[in-house]
Design a binder for this molecule. Sequence first.
Ligand code: ADP
Length: 734
Amino acid sequence: MPFTAEQFGILAEKTLHFLLILKKNGRIVAFNNRCEILFPTNEIEKKAKYITDYIIDDDVKIFNQSISTLTHQNSIVSESFSFATENLGVLALKFNLTFHNDLIYAAGIDTTEEYKEHRALMTISKLTKTGAWYFDPKNDEMYWSKGCYHIKDLDPNTIMTRALGASFYSKETRARIESYLDNLVKTKKPYQYTEKIVTQKGNEKWVKVVAHPVIYKNEVIYVNGTIADVTDRHNYIEKLKYNEETKNLALKGIQSGLFDHHIEKNEVFYSVDFKKMLGLPLDHDFVPEETFREMIHPDDVDGAIETHIHNLEKEGNQYFNQYRLRDKAGEYHYYEVHGFRRKNNSGETVRMIGNLIDVDQRIANEKTIIESKNRLQAIVNNGFAYTVLLDPKGQILMTDEKSLKIIKRDFNVDPTKNSCLFIDVMPLNFKNTFAHEFNEALKGHTVKKEIERITNNGNTQWLESKYIPIYSQEKKINSVLVSFHDITEQKLAEIAIKQSHLKEQELNTLKSNILSNFSHEIRTPLNGIMTVSKLLLDEKEPKEIKKLLAYLEESKDRLLETIDNLSNFSDLEAIKSNLNIRKVDTNYTVETSYRQYKHLAEAKNLKYDLELDDSCPQITIDEELLKAALNNIVHNGVKYTNKGGIIIRVNSEKSKNNVYISVKDTGIGIEKENLKKIFDPFMQESIGINRRYEGTGIGLSLSKRYIEILGGKIKVKSKIGKGTEFIIIIPKCL
Ligand code: ADP
């Protein structure tokens, strides 16, 4: 029997239900008294109000969504909304919404307590990244809470099946994961596992799954489970594992053993590695100190103990010791002890934890390196060359003893102790070419170069420098070997050979000079004499006869002069021992020579002057020798001058002791390079070009020797094409 309207009115007012009638847009049309705790009812009567004005923001969306699904066909939905009330705080109401005649009839019950619990669980699930699930084995039904969906980055509206759940695991593990659940149903035993999944979005995650059976009448009717995202923890554990592994590998790699020494108790705990390393029994944690001491090399015991005591007393927390220890095979190895000391309040070391490291191989390597370095140094020192090894920046890596000495002496640096660029300590003469040669070597070329330098003692030294690139195992140039080889001896020998070749050539030329000079100088006047004598026999004219006789005289003089010169040249010693020394008037002697060549100068239309010294300087000499010397020079002046003239001067004012006789011409001059040679016997400057001037080439050499016999000197100044000046300097007294 249906309610009467009165019965219904009472029921509606007395019920604990919240009853509301709403329009489809949520506007409140009617409500029972119970709703007064949700909103001020008088307000609603005055103004049109919507239920969404009182629902908390988060739930407005859910409300709108629920209403939108309400149609005449689908006329009932049930959903929970929370209301922010003035007096009771947030109230959670679960409503049944019925759609009838375009109005919504809402009947709600207070679920605030359950709601609070639910929210709290949701929060836990969110914070711990956990989800809950259950499985009904009878219907093969799988339920996932929102947390499960969240972990798998999956839309919560997706319908869950066992197959979908398994699809997030890798193909290889899928069957195993499925078998866990089947086994649980069979064995009724809970299980748990941690596995990797790949989420819907492709992220890799590690999940821990726990499953418990719910048993009814000895049969599993449900499986309750959780799933937790343990990626962070997993990664952390992996990292820890990795670190632990790294530590173990590192310790194994450096062949070390750990120890922990309680000094007060005098107990030493040794790690397994330690005991293995030294061949100690593995079943004993502690090794008596005496046993340990016996293992130290007898030569090292005292030092080790001393260092140990010193270590314990010193400041800081570090501990270091080193000694040789006997291993299980009875062989001694070098060990280093690196430790950390813990101190008590009074600063005494009470505990020490450390590492014993086998450094035998390192020490052996160091020894080998030092030995090979010494051998290399010995080779470098005893080589014939100066040797320097440079790094690619030009810094000295190694050098031989001789070079080291020189660098230390000249630059006051020791490249074996302080880094030093070779360019800063090399002799000046090398600097110009060094950079170029060094760079070439860095490009991989071996370079050779000869250098001439002046040594500290002022001697010339020739060095052959060699730049050789040196390659590392990776085939990169890591250094350049620069060596300087002293080739002075070789160079000097080469020069001597060259010079002797030249001398030989010169001598050959000289020989032919002598021959041609003399044949010319003898044949010309002889020819003259022969021709003139023939002519004389036929000549009747006294005037012509006189002329011919004069020619005859001239040829005779020339022949005599040549023969005289020749005999004088070979007879110098005789001249020296038969000197006729007496006081002579220089002006007079010079004038005699001047006169002798006057006619010759005039015949060539040359100016021919004489300037005598007014003080009439007297000299004590062999006059004949001076005259002979001077004659040659004056004769040459006239002979080698074609225009201008010759001036002869006597001067004694410049010096108290000497008289200067100068013969200056404006003739052809002498090449600079020949100036020295003209005093060599049989040298004629003009020979090189062609023989244009008469003469034997011994005149000047005789003049020089004569003047030297008289204690004097001859000097010559000349400019090619401009003229020549010979100056005879004669001491007033011999
Ligand atoms: P020569 O008999 O050839 O003149 P000398 O010994 O007198 O021999 O001279 C040697 C060389 O010196 C000459 O051949 C000539 O080339 C050069 N010489 C000497 N005096 C002069 C001068 N006054 N002017 C130019 N050349 C000269």
